[in-house]
Design a protein around this ligand. Sequence first.
Ligand code: GRF
Length: 210
Amino acid sequence: MAILELGVLASGTGSNLQAILDAIAAGTLDAQVRIVVSNVREAPALQRAAKAGIATAVIPHAQFPNRSEFDAAIAQALDLAGAKWVVLAGFMRVLTPEFLKKFQRRVINIHPALLPAFPGVHAQKQAFEHGVKLAGCTVHFVDEGVDSGPIIAQCAVPVLDDDSADSLAKRILEQEHLLFVDVLRWLAADRIRWVEGLSGERPKIAIVPA
Ligand code: GRF
């Protein structure tokens, strides 16, 4: 089977990127990161990529007149690098329908909440302030909405009585690193299937047993 050729988009710290790079280096994930693209020049994710010998591109969104042109520049960088799958690892921009059409069913995102609860920014804090007893994280395919695409996998993280928003976010992040790499392993093994809704309802995602 062809190796999973990933393009990672990241705007920040890049700890999820690091988890992916570590799994590849350890030989437990059959994938290649072909390029890491960031819209933020100072993003530590870029340094992590460079340290691992991976190509990087900085594409600052403010330099483009609109989202379509920004996304076209990202798509071009991904194409040139040979990335077939797009992994959003803390990428803080919403992708356009044109971009998603080009990489149809090939864009995945990680979100630090049990979707569909608490989409958008500061999800862990939203969940904590709401008083949920179970928080967590979700890996999903990306559609045109915000954190609204078909769910691939989720991991629940209990909220402890002495948690703060920060301590909860930290424990969620530990699970994100594991869940993201697990999902990429399923992709690499061609175990992820779209199950179309019979009468127009949302497609669902099934994982083929190993
Ligand atoms: C993670 O919490 C991820 O779920 C969210 O952004 C954060 C990125 O963290 N989308 P990092 O840059 O991977 O450390």
